[in-house]
Structure formats: C-alpha cells, structure tokens
Ligand binder design. Sequence first.
Ligand SMILES: [Zn+2]
Length: 256
Amino acid sequence: MLLAFLAACAKVPITGRRQLNLLPESEMMGMSLTEYQGFLKEHPPLPATDPRVEMVRKIGGRLAKAATDYLNENGAGDRVAGFNWEFNVVDDPTVNAWCMPGGKVVVYTGLLPVTKDEASLALVMGHEIAHAIARHGNERMSQAMAAQGAGMTLQVLASEKPSTASNLFLQAFGIGSQLGLLAYGRKQESEADKMGLVFMAMGGYDPRVAPAFWQRMSAQGGAKPPEILSTHPSDERRIHDLEAFMPEALKYYKPR
Ligand SMILES: [Zn+2]
C-alpha cells in the first residue's frame, strides 16, 4: 500500500507542486487514443495543406520540442514518455483547444479570431500542453473514480460501464462544450498558465502577449464557456497572476 502511494506521489515540473495520481498513466494514454480517434471520426480535421493547420503544426512542433528537451534535462522525461505528438485543427466555431495524454492536441477554428497572432495561439497551446504534462486530467479522473467507489479501477469501469468511463474522461479533459465547464480546477488552471508561459517562451514566443490575450478572451463571455474560458480563476486574478509570473517566464524566452 505504502509503496503504491509513494509511486503515485509525484512532483509537477516547473511549479514543484506535489500531486497524487491514482490512475496509471499507461491506462490514461490507452483511453486517450480511443477517445481521440473517436473525436476525429466525428470531427474530421482540416487537411495538412490548410494554412491554419500549417501554423498550428509549426507552433506545436516548437512547443513539444522545447517542453520535451526541458523535461529530459530536468529528470522529468517520464512526463512525456510514450507521447506521440499530433496537432489537428477542426472547423468548429467553439472557442476551444485541448491536449489529451499522449500529446494529442486539437485546436478549434473558433479560437483563431481571438488569438489573432501566432504568439497568442502558442500561449493557448502551451497552456493545454501544460495540462497534459502536469497530468491534471489524471487528477480529475482520480477524484471522480474515488467517488465511484473504493478500489474501482479504470479498466473495471471501462469494461463494466464503458459510457460512464468515456464521459468521465471527456469531462476530465474539457472536451465537449457543456462538459468543459466542469473540467479543471482553479489551482490546475493557474499551474497550466505558469507552465504554458514557460513552454511558449522556450519555444521562442514572447510571453508578454498573455495579459492582452486574456483580456480578449474575457470580452468573449458566452453562456457555455469552454475549457480555456474556465470561470475560475477570475479573469482579473488570472491576468494579475500572469503578470506576477512574467519575470520568471522571461528567463526562458529566446526570441527567434
Ligand atoms: Zn486550462
């Protein structure tokens, strides 16, 4: 028991927060692949020749490389072990983007009029990649599984109640417009903001675009805020925290 607990207890890179994830990452990645392929079947991605896809893949390649190098150099390479990065764009007016475990990233075209420039899109993608690297979905799933009953494993749930398991997963990752509301908590959002700033800065994008971007997002409003428009932390608090963290993020900034 104790050994299992120690193994499940880990430190989040960059912030150093201790976390407890009860679900094996291998199971999360297996489920991720199934859900990702199912999503792309229902939402056919734009072709590789589309300029929006080219931009998302260019940014994604830089961010993934920067994050992977950083994690490997800092003894945290296990965070991206087995990741097979993929970056897709779906033609959907929702202002959203997400990253599943294993490095499966989807950007919705509805996000692009809000990001406007490449650096702001890198900011959002860095934030979503940070959620995956910090294993926030696993934390959310671990909590939800605990509520399902002691000793319940993901494999048992997936075989006995596949739709419940699938809904929990989609909810934990903010996929689907109604479910996004319930996705990440305030601490996780703030952690992904910080890590995302570092990843974008290491990828060659100026993190100082962040406050203006979040002001544009805040002006979006909307009845059904998706994951990136999460109600907590409040926009003002979020911008304040981002500005406080900016000097740290700028240490990693290498302009291209
Ligand atoms: Zn988020």
